[in-house]
Design a protein around this ligand. Structure first.
Ligand SMILES: *Cc1c(COP(=O)(O)O)cnc(C)c1O
Length: 475
């Protein structure tokens, strides 16, 4: 075919746009984005035609555009149902917020607020003052503040305590960890301008190792909680109390990056290990602790810095603090979350999803739900049963904690497990599970009970639909 006739087979933008809009499968996206996607593809076809490539039939062009639009639409942030059994799933947004936190964010988002305004005097006020007070109360800290996330909390602490003549930070080789998402302790330290002074061996570090490294160049001693891995066997390290005493003796602050942010004893919630809390670290004499807001704490993404007042005040004066501060929606969500902890009657869990999900009893809470789901799904063409499963805290916390759980296990009779998983991900809201032993699993621990009916509906729609073969031929 001649170059000219290849070009003549490329449809005009306007014609294509009206066809795309008329198509049933076109996702609802901003008009300009659809136009831009169409233009982009047509310009690719024109370049290809220049090198003699046939643009293909109109049908194929339309299908390709629909694929591109759907793939774009799928990246829009939207709620999903988490059937993975991983409670703090980093890819799925870590902690869902408490209803009170979501409500508070909803109200503040649409209104002006006293974010930095002192109501009694009518003058400028301090940002997050009340939040800092309730955080300190909850964690038994002298003082507290918040920033963007735990990684930035650590950077701020390093910038404040390890600089100039005293830029060295002493850390055990067993704690030079990668937390995930590219967060590596040695690199964070470098970024902050601190000098790493590694001591001990991977599996064993003694108090003497720390002591030998102390000199006029030392700024602080850092302890990093091994939140996402564990060490066993021939291992040893000094206790927190010993490190704190060493710090005192040499007038050096001892800092702990705890990460997980547990506020409640995890071993009281489920048959899992005890995760150290900020309160415990501070009681042992740690000068400053930093934790995440959206891990076991169950709040929005934030970094909490807790401990000695002079150090917290100093950190807040760092110029960099301004760059890492939280916005009003985060501060509001965190404020409501911390209030939930403080206001929950003793012996009762705060109304926050993460602790409730960890604590849900497999036999009393999850199994009855699973049985109800099974009854509703008895007519679908699949082998489906409820099974014991293992749920996890996730999000780089408590790698050893296996929480006994209950999941629905599904093997469709007329389609592959992979295809079922894909079709469920394409639903609104998307449903995410996992595949094991040739079955698709949905762990009930991470699915909100009010989402059970959505799971039933989506499974029925996918597995009972009569035109599924004509619509979707891929495996
Ligand atoms: C998760 C974690 C971090 C990073 O926290 P973000 O809030 O994601 O920045 C840092 N340190 C430890 C020990 C962690 O577990």
């Amino acid at each position: 075919m001649s170059g000219r006739s290849l070009f003549s087979r490329i449809p005009a933008v306007d014609k294509l746009l009206s066809l795309v809009e008329a198509q049933e499968g076109t996702p609802s996206l901003p008009q300009l984005l659809i136009t831009e996607t169409v233009r982009q593809y047509l310009s690719e076809l024109r370049s290809a035609a220049q090198s003699g490539k046939d643009p293909g039939e109109l049908e194929a062009i339309l299908r390709e555009i629909e694929t591109r639009l759907s793939s774009l639409a799928s990246t829009r942030i939207q709620p999903v149902i988490n059937g993975t059994g991983v409670i703090i799933h980093t890819n799925l947004g870590r902690s869902p917020l408490a209803p009170s936190a979501a409500q508070a964010v909803h109200e503040i988002a649409q209104s002006y607020s006293n974010l930095e305004f002192d109501l009694p005097s009518g003058a400028r006020g301090s940002r997050g003052g009340y939040l800092e007070a309730i955080l300190a109360t909850l964690c038994g800290a002298e003082s507290a503040t918040v920033c963007n996330n735990c990684a930035s909390a650590l950077i701020l602490i390093l910038k404040h305590l390890a600089n100039g003549e005293r830029s060295e930070v002493i850390i055990s080789r067993g704690e030079l960890v990668e937390i995930g998402g590219g967060f590596r302790i040695p690199e964070i330290m470098e970024t902050s301008g601190a000098t790493l002074r590694e001591v001990g061996a991977t599996n064993k570090t003694s108090l003497r190792d720390y002591e030998k490294a102390i000199g006029p160049q030392t700024g602080m001693i850092l302890k990093v909680h091994r939140s996402n891995f564990y060490m066993g066997g021939f291992v040893d390290e000094p206790s927190t109390e010993e490190l704190v005493a060493l710090g005192k003796e040499h007038d050096l602050p001892v800092i702990e990056d705890l990460g997980s942010g547990a506020m409640i004893a995890t071993n009281d919630l489920a048959p899992i290990p005890h995760e150290p809390t900020s309160r415990e670290a501070l009681q042992r004499g740690i000068d400053l602790v930093c934790v995440s807001g959206d891990k076991l704490l169950g709040g929005p993404q934030a970094g909490l810095i807790l401990g000695r007042k002079d150090l917290v005040q100093g950190i807040k004066k760092e110029p960099f603090f301004r760059a890492l501060r939280c916005d009003k929606l985060v501060l509001t969500g965190l404020q409501a979350t911390i209030e939930s902890y403080l206001q929950s009657p003793s012996g009762e869990l705060p109304n926050i999803p993460v602790p409730h999900m960890i604590a849900a009893s497999p036999n009393d809470a999850l199994l009855p739900r699973a049985k109800r789901l099974l009854r509703k799904l008895k007519d679908i063409p699949a082998h489906i049963s409820c099974e014991e499963s293992i749920a996890r805290c996730g999000g780089g916390t408590m790698p050893q904690a296996e929480i006994p759980s209950i999941s629905l296990s599904i093997a469709p009779k007329e389609m592959s497990v992979t295809k079922l998983a894909r079709l469920l991900r394409g639903k609104t809201p998307p449903i995410i599970g996992y595949t094991a032993d040739d079955h698709f699993h949905l762990d009930l621990r991470t699915i909100r009970p009010d989402q059970d009916s959505l799971v039933v509906e989506s499974l029925q729609e996918i597995l009972l639909s009569t035109d599924r073969k004509s619509n979707d031929v891929s495996p």
